[in-house]
Design a protein around this ligand. Sequence first.
Ligand SMILES: [Cu+2]
Length: 100
Amino acid sequence: MNDQLAYEPKSISVAPGTTVTWTNDSDVDHTVTAYEDGIPSNAEYFASGGFTSEQAARNDMGGGLIAAGDRFKHTFEVTGTYEYFCIPHEGSGMTGAVQV
Ligand SMILES: [Cu+2]
């Protein structure tokens, strides 16, 4: 996550079972929040803050913030495409994708 309000890289491809780590290399807080309709139907929902639904994450944005220098990890087991976004910067186009 960078100061241009973007995930770098914006999309990646990984093998099943890979743990992806996001690091906040910027000076502002971000979230990593999955789009509930943007992940495989049989995959576990994920979001920084540990929320189990997109709505819960949106309802408590502060609870999902990743501070400057902090990290968030998720392990991807199910193949498919996972689309995610940053709650405070969704309007600025801060979105990303993981292809498993
Ligand atoms: Cu952000």
